[in-house]
Ligand binder design. Structure first.
Ligand code: F6R
Length: 611
């Protein structure tokens, strides 16, 4: 999704802006641009479609320098991804705006502004903002006052950064539905849509809240809230090392993040396990009281996070005896929902800014749920702020667009939730909980063992390099794991992949199976194993090539057209977490063989902050 960086300083800020954009590249974008106020007091702009590297090389040739500037990476929503539509957008030659989000009433505003004589150079919704602001500037004379008035006419979502050649002492920001953070320096200040963009220059941040407008000068920051009242926002020291945004020894962020899983799973467990019980207060001080009342769970999420919710449904019903429904947020938010009494509303999200998930939470608040709980990786996100309870996953920044460590840490969070609900409601035997707590402690080691199979999986990936279609099969809680495996493969290798519960094969998809359709299966040693083995025979009998990730005790053997990878043994309940890892590695190595852009797959964005 789009990214914003801005700076006001005593030094040249072009390199800072470009470095900030590079750090936001992981979010996905299709064009980039920068505007700075030069020494002669003129606004200079450069825009390029494609990668930030192209903008950077254009910047080197143009020698764009200045002490006040804004920059942007755009992910096209209104208008094609081309230079003309890239931000910053100008009104005249003295006012520049970059924008994240969508202005819903852009057509009406465009018509009004055209009638006032403004002409439009792009197809974007953003351009209405800059002309509207110019118009207000004519009326009020002061940029900050003009911005306060202009935003009142905008419907939709926006994170805005604004600079003007006429008032070169300030960088302005406005937030509504799209996050913005101010980076605090010494005699210089910065702005970005994600603090990651600014960790090269500061570790002190101030997060804008919904409706805030900020006037950022070199040595001061003034903020007004949604009612126009001056407010102080807390400044926060960030501790995570800036190196989190580096690939280190790995070729791609995705591979680095896959290999970080033992460590981040360990971190997600830290402080949340007692000797033989989950510490319920890990979910917040009111959790024990609220959990005791829970009779149903409704989970809502998108994409990979939705798959985590699908796994949790098996856990919550089987281990904690709680009825659970799971739905994708984009459907839930527009559906008339019948709410069962005492239902806990659970959202799952890596970013905590996914537009559909946030909207679903906001709707749910009107519907009479018992309480809301966010399982999220970003503590300062809107989702966490707006939920009653939260459990933060400790995956650290996830840069690869395809989610990996966020998923497994979400699963850990959801297993903790299952055990906590079962414990508080008395539906889970103490011995079972103690057993699972002990298994959770061993999980990071098991994950490390699974990752040691990296080279084996890399070899297997060769079977896929020339293929166009793949099936993923699983039964029980491994069915959502198969869904996640299929999503990963299609996202980064662009191979069409579908997941089915293995028992459904003969009800249709078996017709697709032939020698050109590899079938990937996850087969822990559980009570469904024998049934799964029969399903696999159905595939082999049609000449389909099988790749099976199986528990050693499952006694499955390599044979003609069958490749078995023996997995470390694990408690069946935790198998979905472990069996995810080889599927992530498989997608990764297939994508590398096919030469795709692994960390930034085409058409996708990391944080989907628009509908
Ligand atoms: C897939 C992926 C997406 C996200 C989805 C939700 O690899 O990353 O499917 O899972 O866009 O994002 P969050 O979890 O940030 O709400």
């Amino acid at each position: 999704m789009c990214g914003i960086v801005g700076a006001v300083a005593e030094r040249n800020i072009s390199a800072i802006l470009l470095e900030g954009l590079k750090r936001l590249e992981y979010r996905g974008y299709d064009s980039a641009g920068i505007a700075v106020l030069d020494a002669a007091g003129q606004l200079q702009r450069l825009r390029r479609s494609g990668k930030v590297a192209e903008l950077e090389s254009a910047q080197r040739t143009a020698e764009l320098t200045g002490r006040l500037g804004i920059a942007h990476t755009r992910w096209a929503t209104h208008g094609a991804p081309c230079e003309r539509n890239a931000h910053p957008h100008f009104s005249g030659d003295d006012l520049a705006v970059v924008h994240n989000g969508i202005i819903e009433n852009h057509e009406a505003l465009r018509a009004q502004l055209k009638a006032l004589g403004y002409s439009f150079a792009s197809d974007t919704d953003t351009e209405v903002i800059v002309h509207l602001l110019k118009h207000k500037l004519g009326e009020f004379g002061d940029l900050t006052v003009a911005l306060k008035s202009a935003v009142k006419e905008l419907h939709g979502a926006y994170g805005l950064a604004v600079i003007s050649a006429k008032q070169p002492d300030r960088l302005l920001a406005a937030r509504s539905g799209s996050p913005l953070v101010i980076g605090l320096g010494l005699g210089e200040n910065f702005l970005a849509s994600d603090q990651l963009a600014l960790r090269q220059v500061t570790d002190r941040f101030m997060y804008l809240e919904e409706g805030d407008i900020a006037e950022i000068r070199r040595d001061s920051v003034q903020i007004w809230d949604v009612d126009g009242q001056p407010v102080q926002r807390e400044s926060v020291q960030y501790h995570e090392g800036a190196e989190a945004a580096d690939k280190g020894e790995y070729r791609h962020f995705m591979l680095k993040e896959i290999h970080e899983q033992p460590k981040v799973v360990q971190r997600t467990l830290e402080g949340r396990l007692g000797d033989s019980q989950v510490l319920v207060q890990a979910f917040g001080p009111q959790a024990a009281e609220l959990f005791a009342k829970v009779r149903n769970v409704q989970i809502v999420a998108c994409g990979t996070s939705y798959h985590a919710g699908m796994v949790a449904r098996y856990w919550l019903e089987e281990l904690a005896g709680i009825p659970c429904q799971v739905e994708v947020a984009s459907e839930f938010r527009y559906r008339k929902v019948v709410v069962q009494p005492d239902t806990l509303f659970v959202t799952i999200s890596q970013s905590g800014e996914t537009a559909d998930t946030l909207a679903a939470l906001r709707n749910a608040k009107q519907l009479g749920y018992l309480a809301s709980l966010a399982i999220c990786n970003v503590g300062i996100s809107s989702l966490v702020r707006e939920s009653d309870l939260c459990l933060l996953t400790q995956a650290g920044p996830e840069i690869g667009v395809a989610s990996t460590k966020a998923f497994t840490t979400q699963l850990v969070g959801l297993m903790l939730l299952t055990l906590a609900l079962g414990q508080v409601r008395g539906t889970l035997a103490a011995a079972t909980e103690a057993d699972l707590v002990a298994e959770l402690r061993r999980l990071p080691t098991r994950l490390g063992e699974a990752l040691a199979m990296d080279a084996t999986v890399e070899k297997i990936a060769e079977h896929f390099a020339e293929k166009h279609h793949t099936l993923f099969l699983g039964r029980g809680a491994q069915y959502p794991v198969a869904m996640e495996g299929a999503l990963k493969l299609k996202e980064i290798s662009y191979i069409h992949a579908e997941a089915y519960p293995a028992g459904e094969l003969k009800h249709g998809p078996l017709a697709l199976v032939d020698a050109d359709m590899p079938v990937v299966t996850v087969a822990p040693n559980n009570e469904l194993l024998e049934k799964l083995k029969s399903n696999l025979q159905e595939v082999r009998a049609r000449g389909g090539e099988l790749i099976v990730f199986a528990d050693g005790a499952a006694e499955m053997e390599n044979g003609e057209g069958t490749y078995v990878v023996n997995m470390p043994h694990i408690h069946d309940a935790l198998a979905p977490i472990l069996y995810t890892l080889p599927l992530q590695l498989l997608s990764y190595y297939v994508a590398v063989l096919r030469g795709t852009d692994v960390d930034q797959p085409r058409n996708l964005a990391k944080s989907v902050t628009v509908e």
